[in-house]
Design a protein around this ligand. Structure first.
Ligand SMILES: *[C@@H]1O[C@H](CO)[C@@H](O)[C@H](O)[C@H]1NC(C)=O
Ligand SMILES: *[C@@H]1O[C@H](CO)[C@@H](O)[C@H](O)[C@H]1NC(C)=O
Length: 315
């Protein structure tokens, strides 16, 4: 066996181990020293950046010639890069802060044209040329995670150390103390390989209550009148009053079995401009409350430790 073959086997093994250790939805590319995830659902540049960020990654840019080659093979239609001039028109940098002149950019004919002075984000074309477009347009995008040592993945199977393993339930939890709407909260948990927490047992309700108690209102950041409520994974799915977990379990069942109970005076069935309270939260005593979906509040994500692991048969 030549040294060259030996070396490539070693490289493959390393890739497999590391690939397993980041997340199942990211693929390892040794030539760019990291993982990529292709997102085929078109999004605006801001949504794309946020999604990659919430996944612990960055919107990918062609940082060097090898990177450009890989991005080109993945861009079958125009695809966002992380190159933008959102902070100062015409000052284009990758999200990592690499200036555009340090990247291997060749423009498509007539580009960049800053059409109507409204174009501040850069897409890569299928043939590997680039164009500036309006950041509110919708394109698919690619997230990039630079390689790290796998000891950084915690017992919760994620690099984010704010997820804490709870032996009593076998789940990991993260209390998000920067307020968000219920839908943003759902998206955030989802990007972390988690979901808005669901109390399946009375013990789990107790666990959530204890987690909440570590965050007095002074530690909950952002504008919100509801700092004594934390959002959880309960919703009426558009059927007023038919409370159901986001995993399809009826809340009546959870109430009958004493897992949760209504907070005092709830449900109050409040309406505001014709909108009902369709989203679920818990108060500090662990009781259930119907809350406004659009009013920002803290929230709790729940994650199975193996939720981001590759399936064994992916090898
Ligand atoms: C690459 O694609 C762009 C946009 O489709 C096109 O205008 C341009 O002529 C192509 N350039 C090359 C070198 O093929
Ligand atoms: C809200 O509706 C539920 C059932 O639809 C009812 O049991 C409850 O009493 C109502 N709450 C108020 C404050 O009217």
């Amino acid at each position: 066996m030549s040294i060259k073959i030996l070396l490539s086997i070693t490289l493959c093994l390393t890739a497999a181990i590391d690939g397993k250790k980041y997340r199942y939805d990211y693929v390892y590319y040794p030539q760019i020293d990291g993982w990529l995830k292709q997102n085929d659902f078109p999004a605006t540049w801001r949504q794309a950046r946020l999604q990659c960020h919430l996944e612990g990654a960055q919107l990918a840019s062609p940082l060097d010639a090898e990177f450009l080659k890989v991005l080109k093979t993945k861009s079958h239609i125009p695809t966002w890069t992380g190159i933008h001039s959102l902070f100062s028109k015409g000052k284009y940098n990758s999200i990592e802060g690499v200036p555009i002149l340090r990247m291997p950019i060749s423009w498509a004919p007539g580009e960049p044209d800053n059409h109507e002075n409204k174009e501040q984000c850069i897409v890569i074309m299928p043939n590997g040329t680039f164009a500036d477009v309006c950041c509110d347009e919708m394109f698919p995008y690619i997230c990039y995670k630079k390689k790290f040592t796998f000891s950084m993945v915690s017992a919760c199977g994620i690099v984010d150390t704010s997820y804490l393993y709870e032996t009593r339930t076998g789940s990991c939890y993260k209390f998000h103390n920067h307020v968000q709407t219920w839908n943003q909260a759902y998206m955030t948990c989802d990007a972390e390989g988690a979901y808005l927490a669901i109390m399946n047992t009375a013990l789990e309700t107790q666990v959530l209550r204890e987690i909440f108690s570590k965050y007095p209102t002074s530690k909950i950041y952002g504008r919100s009148e509801y700092k004594d409520d934390a959002r959880v994974g309960i919703h009426d799915w558009g059927e007023a009053g038919l409370w159901t977990t986001i995993h399809g379990q009826s809340v009546d069942h959870l109430m009958d079995t004493g897992v949760i109970s209504w907070a005092n005076g709830q449900p109050n069935n409040a309406t505001l401009n014709g909108l009902g309270q369709s989203c679920g939260g818990i108060s500090r005593d662990g009781r259930f409350n119907d809350v406004w979906c659009h009013i920002p509040s803290s929230f709790i994500c729940e994650k199975a430790p193996d939720s981001l692991e590759k399936d064994e048969d992916d090898y």
